[in-house]
Design a protein around this ligand. Sequence first.
Ligand code: ZN
Ligand code: ZN
Length: 535
Amino acid sequence: MKIQFIGATHEVTGSCTLLQVNERYFLVDCGMEQGRDVFQNIELPIAANQIEAVFLTHAHIDHSGMLPKLYKDGFQGKIYATDVTCDLCNIMLRDSAHIQESEAKWRARRAERAGAEAPEAVYDMQDALGAISLFRPCNYGDIILVAEGVEIRFTDIGHLLGSACIEIWMREGNTHKKIVFSGDVGNTNQRIIRDPEQVEEADYLVIESTYGNRLHSTDRSNVIPELAEYIQKALDRGGNVVIPSFAVGRTQEMLFAIREIKQKGLVTGHDHFPVYVDSPLAAEATSIFMQCNPVCFDEETLSLIKQGINPIWFDDIRMTLTSEESKLINSNDEPKVIISASGMCEAGRIRHHLKHNLWKENNIILFVGYQAEGSLGRRLINGEKSVTLFGEDISVHAEICTLHGTSGHADRDGLFRWVEGYKTKPELIFVNHGDDDACEDFKTYLCDHGYRAEAPYSGTQYNLATGKMTVYTEGKTIERTRSYKVNSRADMIFGELVKEAERLLELVKTRRGRTNKDNARLTSQIRTLREKWKD
Ligand SMILES: [Zn+2]
Ligand SMILES: [Zn+2]
């Protein structure tokens, strides 16, 4: 009976943990690493086809995104998840495969130009469809026998529609132990979804620590009036509100808020202002939200449904699916709200909307989610005056705002409350899924409050029968390389320089037969330029 930590150790993304019970192997989450990678993860110590099953906490790509790769490597077991997580993964893994395929094409073109071998896509659509075929939808609250000596239960953790913490009962001979994986613990009072449910006992607990050393400052009840104010302000001055938003979860939360704003008339003088949802993934996710099992909804949402009100829909929503429709959004001057992905402005259609909207001072760019260090979103919030989009320098004149109180994660007190809610104190708590300092600080906070807690690095293994560490690994930091965005811009500028030099040589070659005086002058000018830039 063993646990080995693979990913999201001292990091927020790439969740993956290996369990071994009765010589069988199980994974909890199989996520993709996103954004800045700080610590090196070990490779899975066993072949993919030796894994019997994956237990998936929720659909976010940093928890589910490597399932198609696992399938590609030979995994043929079952993937257990709540039914809504299965539905969301069906669209998100296909979307992710699209991204992998187009990134591979882009890298292949680059490699070809450099005379190098083209790298393969991490996975493709066939792999995503293969992984999707292995999903087994489960209900919250059911105890499911997965294998001899292994039972699991999904409990609502209030982070994203369908999200769960996973309780796992393990038996090896006469040894019985229970381990709970928190998944991502939700914030209380989020729109649409329910608050995290309390689990009451565990021998071991694996808990996330995204906000393990921070407290959310703003009262979440202010979100709707604050959003209404931003919309009123932009529309009054004839501008747009552009909301970069993650397509699944946050976009639907925004639709819920705008539906209420419209219903209560919180924005005046702009009846039927249009709201564009410009992301095919967001459109699909919205329809999954609308069709999902009502047990996933909080009381407020359920009571709206009972009154015949669709909580995330209103007449003025315009879903744009094709890129032609998307381009038309900015072709008229009608003040509007545009919600588009990606949430951190690193990719996707939002970059087109920023190009068209950043330079006008009557517009508002409204951030509604976490912006990682170095992302375009963070740079705008930090007050960058000019940004490059599609090779064009765009000056920033629009008002850059942040809507507070929209985090999907519990803060330190929320996490601690959930730990304190256990009737029996876990013997040992493993802290993961947090940046280095958040993870360490939350571990220390737990220890200061009388818990035994550890923050293992990738590779570290424990025997769960005894609670003893069996493999210790140190955190291996990754050599900080410059991000590919920076490289690609630098490459672009350098490429331009080389091209210009080649054009100069072409020009020189055409000058045979011109006057000696002119040619001598050009020679002298080139020599001066060369001397000037010698080192
Ligand atoms: Zn998540
Ligand atoms: Zn997460």
